[in-house]
Design a protein. Structure first.
Length: 85
């Protein structure tokens, strides 16, 4: 089913959450491990993953470094289209 342009932000947030959860699973970690690393509660971490727009730049950096996220994952969250120059 094609994505609706008006929901682009919502889709980006869902994609970021999925990418983080996949990366956690790949590393044998879970949301609790990430929350502990971030020094926040698990419910707060869950809320941030459900609404990545609320993640501060400092916290986003910690997530990127801890999980060694691919640059494409972060660029998609920020609204960059694949193949954009």
């Amino acid at each position: 089913m094609p994505r609706i342009r008006q929901k682009a932000d919502e889709y980006r947030n869902q994609d970021f959450r999925r990418d983080v959860l996949v990366r956690l699973a790949y590393l044998g970690l879970n949301q609790t491990d990430l929350a502990e690393h971030m020094e926040i509660s698990k419910p707060t971490m869950s809320g941030l993953l459900h609404c990545p727009d609320k993640i501060s730049v400092a916290r986003l950096r910690k997530i990127i470094n801890y999980l060694q996220l691919e640059p494409e994952t972060v660029l998609r969250l920020l609204g960059c289209k694949e193949g954009s120059k």
